[in-house]
Design a protein around this ligand. Structure first.
Ligand SMILES: Cc1cc2nc3c(=O)[nH]c(=O)nc-3n(C[C@H](O)[C@H](O)[C@H](O)COP(=O)(O)OP(=O)(O)OC[C@H]3O[C@@H](n4cnc5c(N)ncnc54)[C@H](O)[C@@H]3O)c2cc1C
Length: 480
């Protein structure tokens, strides 16, 4: 679809589109997981130039058991980088190991695939020689935003199970959904899911807008699609992380709401708990995606695509000045907008100082990079949520949006503490003495939020879904 030439597309896409054929993506090897470009699978061109001979082993291949077509990444002779190949599964020399015995997603086939002197016609080389790693990564970008959308579906499904069970299960003479401790769990799942969903819709719309823009400038659809997705690769990585962690939170709390039944293999949440866990591992582990997020943003800044220096200087100057006591006007979300502006200052202060002080050393300071990634993720989700609900309020009016307003306010209130903690951990690792004291004060200033009764807000949110008996929050398409 994205990298094939016309002949390849005509040959394979119709069968894949109808489902007559299934496909698999073969990148990982036993000794090359996160370090995917270090694969050992080799391709050697035949003397007559008509085919490549493929030798190697791939591991953890989804759809492996029934795929008709493999996209295989291998190195041609002594190349430094991978090249992509389209390999038909019935080619001589391909064999499979038994199905992996997995913790979850047992409905998904996962197998090792062996290539033993497999002849691949030269016309099945995908894209260009040495460009396979780029292909693999860009396909992962698409996979990451799709994973985020998928796990939001999973979160809603598991929240539904939890609500239904909590409404039915009685203890001490009342349904457990009447208890504040249970309502807190349900509300928190709803808040996080709705927030990450907002960020997913935002990134998807941004990608679509970029693709349409490139096409309007005359670029062909295939190139425009790839460029549009690549432009938002940091967002795809952020969504993969926050999405998979949100689902893990929801399944964990659903098991808790089910109590002993949650631990029984008969309950749907036991399976959800096991199935969810893989999302933090595949499509690039969450550690790798956090590292990538910061790395990609810093690279954009170095290439001049993103100006970090000017705002970072402005924040540095602000740190030396008297705090701004000009509090919000009292209009809905004025305060939250100010908080987000301030969170961004905190982000610039922490990340900017880290770049300035650690320079090349920063890429090796992973704990600090994790802290910075967490701050970036928090802000992206919080801002997306605010933008979405602001639009909803514009269309429906404030009175009809009370639960959504409570979601925004609670999420942003809590995000302030999380950003403060990540910021503190980072700063203390590389700033000392007076400078540290000044930066800690700055961080406090930039993560300051007014008191907000989150208990009452969570009650409002939980009651909406408990009364309805299921997830009943708006989708982005139907804002009206
Ligand atoms: C069910 C399942 C389905 C899969 N499907 C496919 C598929 O269809 N196709 C495919 O090609 N692959 C597939 N994979 C493979 C998957 O993408 C890898 O498992 C994943 O990328 C991690 O690689 P690894 O398992 O080798 O872990 P490792 O890379 O060994 O990582 C182990 C731990 O070390 C951390 N780590 C590694 N490097 C660093 C670093 N530089 N800095 C900090 N921490 C680091 C990781 O985050 C992780 O916590 C699948 C895996 C599973 C389990």
């Amino acid at each position: 679809m994205y990298y094939g030439n016309d002949a390849q597309k005509q040959k394979y896409i119709p069968k894949l589109a109808t489902g007559e054929w299934k496909a698999a993506y073969c990148l990982t090897e036993p000794s090359s997981g996160s370090d995917a470009n270090s694969g050992k699978t080799k391709a050697v061109l035949s003397a007559d130039g008509k085919h490549y001979t493929l030798n190697g082993q791939k591991m953890w291949i989804t759809n492996g058991g029934f795929a008709n077509l493999f996209t295989v990444f291998a190195k041609i002779e002594g190349d430094e980088n991978l090249t992509g190949f389209i390999v038909e599964a019935n080619s001589e020399g391909i064999s499979l190991n038994a199905e992996e015995k997995k913790m979850g997603i047992k409905g998904s086939s996962t197998r090792q695939v062996f290539f033993n002197n497999v002849k691949v016609p030269t016309e099945n080389l995908l894209g260009e020689r040495n460009q396979g790693f780029k292909i693999a990564l860009n396909i992962l970008n698409i996979g990451r935003i799709k994973l985020a959308a998928g796990v939001m579906g999973g979160s809603k499904a598991v929240i539904n199970h939890a609500i239904k069970y909590a409404n039915e299960r009685e203890q001490f003479g009342r349904p457990i959904s009447k208890y504040g401790a249970i309502r807190h769990k349900i509300a928190e799942g709803v808040i996080r899911t709705f927030a990450v969903e907002s960020a997913t819709y935002r990134a998807a719309a941004d990608i679509e807008g970029a693709i349409n823009g490139y096409m309007a400038d005359g670029m062909d659809k295939q190139k425009a699609t790839l460029k549009g997705i690549e432009q938002f690769a940091p967002e795809c990585a952020m969504l993969k992380v926050v999405g998979s962690e949100t689902l893990d939170f929801c399944v964990d709390e659903a098991v808790q709401i089910y109590g002993g039944m949650g631990y029984s293999a008969e309950s749907p949440v036991e399976r959800a708990y096991r199935d969810s866990r893989i999302n933090r591992i595949f499509e690039g582990t969450n550690e790798i995606n956090r590292l990538l997020t910061v790395d990609m943003i810093l690279k954009k800044a170095m290439k001049g695509e993103l100006d970090l220096m000017t705002p970072a200087m402005a924040v540095a100057n602000e740190l030396m000045s008297i705090p701004d006591f000009d509090d919000a006007s009292g209009k809905l979300f004025d305060a939250e907008k100010k908080y987000i502006r301030n969170f961004k200052k905190a982000r610039l202060m922490v990340a900017g100082t880290a770049v300035q002080k650690l320079m090349m050393e920063l890429s090796k300071q992973q704990e600090i990079l994790m802290n910075i990634a967490d701050i970036i993720n928090e802000i992206y989700v919080a801002e997306s949520l605010l933008l979405r609900v602001e639009k909803m309020v514009e269309k429906r009016g404030e009175a009809a949006c009370q639960e959504y307003i409570a979601i925004v306010k609670t999420y942003i209130f809590d995000a302030a503490d999380r950003i403060n903690k990540s910021g503190k951990d980072a700063l203390m690792a590389f700033v000392t003495e007076d400078e540290l004291r000044m930066m800690m004060m700055g961080l406090k200033r930039f993560t300051k939020v007014e008191p907000y009764n989150t208990k009452e807000a969570r009650q409002t949110i939980a009651l909406k879904v408990i009364n309805k008996g299921e997830w009943c929050l708006s989708d982005a398409v139907n804002l009206g």
